[in-house]
Structure formats: structure tokens, C-alpha cells
Design a protein around this ligand. Sequence first.
Ligand SMILES: [Zn+2]
Ligand SMILES: [Zn+2]
Length: 194
Amino acid sequence: MPNALEQLLLPAECLLCRALLSFADADRTVCPVCRHRWRPVLPPWCERCGQPEPLFGGCRLCTDWPATLRRVRSAVWLEGGAREAVHALKYAGRARLADDLAAAMSGAMLRGWDDAVLVPVPLGPARLRQRGYNQSERLAQALGRRWKRSVVDLLVRVRDTHANGVDTGRSPGECGGGVRNAERRTRNAERKAG
Ligand SMILES: [Zn+2]
Ligand SMILES: [Zn+2]
């Protein structure tokens, strides 16, 4: 957190609305008003992919998913500044946003998975050099602190994704390529772990 003098001379402002952050919020990047606009995704939802329940019939979004992908949840809808926040974390070097986003995600912990660990999705070497950090690793660390879970590097990226990659604000049903890619990485990890 910045000290009082730094806060007085260089008051921090909200990344989204540019309002000055109070001293209590000086270590955050998004003000309480903007964080409050992030609308949680709530049940009823498909137990597997977390999409809100369709009115008729079963969920068709996750029927083609690989069997290894058993449960997916989205924390908030990508609206009301949440999309801008995700993009700033990924493309504008705002690594500290991971703490605010992890706070929004922390209510989505899966019950009954008490011995689960957090596994970040790795970046390719070129992307990691370009970005300077792996946003998934930052989110996992921030969530791990909140959930008191270990963060373990188990995955190996087998190919780079293009600039607007598989996890850029798409719903689970839209990211089939990423799912297949993730599965390969998971199998790699299983081989590594076994
Ligand atoms: Zn704001
Ligand atoms: Zn589904």
C-alpha cells in the first residue's frame, strides 16, 4: 500500500471511472462503486459449464467438451467494466488488477473440492516476455491467498494461441479450441504428475 505522503502527492485513481481512490482503497485498482457494478453469474445454471439454465431441454453448450473438463464457473458477466478490467490485466500491464478480480471470483469456489489446488494456465514464452507476467498465475496467487490453497504449476503449453486467444472474454461454449488445448495440457500434466 502507498504511504500517506505518496497517497497525498500521487493519489491513485480508479482504472475504470478515474475517481480518486480513498486511502483505504489505495492499494486497489478499481473503486468500490465500479467493483459493485460487476454482476455475479448466479444459479440456476448448468452444473457442468455454469451457463444460466436454458428454458427448454438440457444445456447444449458443453455437450462437446472433453470428459476431463468437469465443472466450469464464471465469476461475473463481462459487462459494466468487467471486460475492460480483464483486458487491462491481460494487455495493459495492470498486474495488480488480479487482486480485485480475484476478490470478485472468490465467491465461486467449488464446494466439496477441499483438497483441490490452483493450477494456472501457462503462457507461451513469447507472450510471457511481451506481457512481463502471466495473468493466470497472478489470479491463481491472489485466489490462493483468499482461499488458502496452494498454487501448483502442473500444465505445459503445447502451442501458442493468437493475440486474441482462447480465454479472452468468451463464454465457455465459445471456446472449444481452448478446451481441446487445455485437455492436451491436462493430459501432459497427468503424465508428468504420474
Ligand atoms: Zn471506479
Ligand atoms: Zn453446460
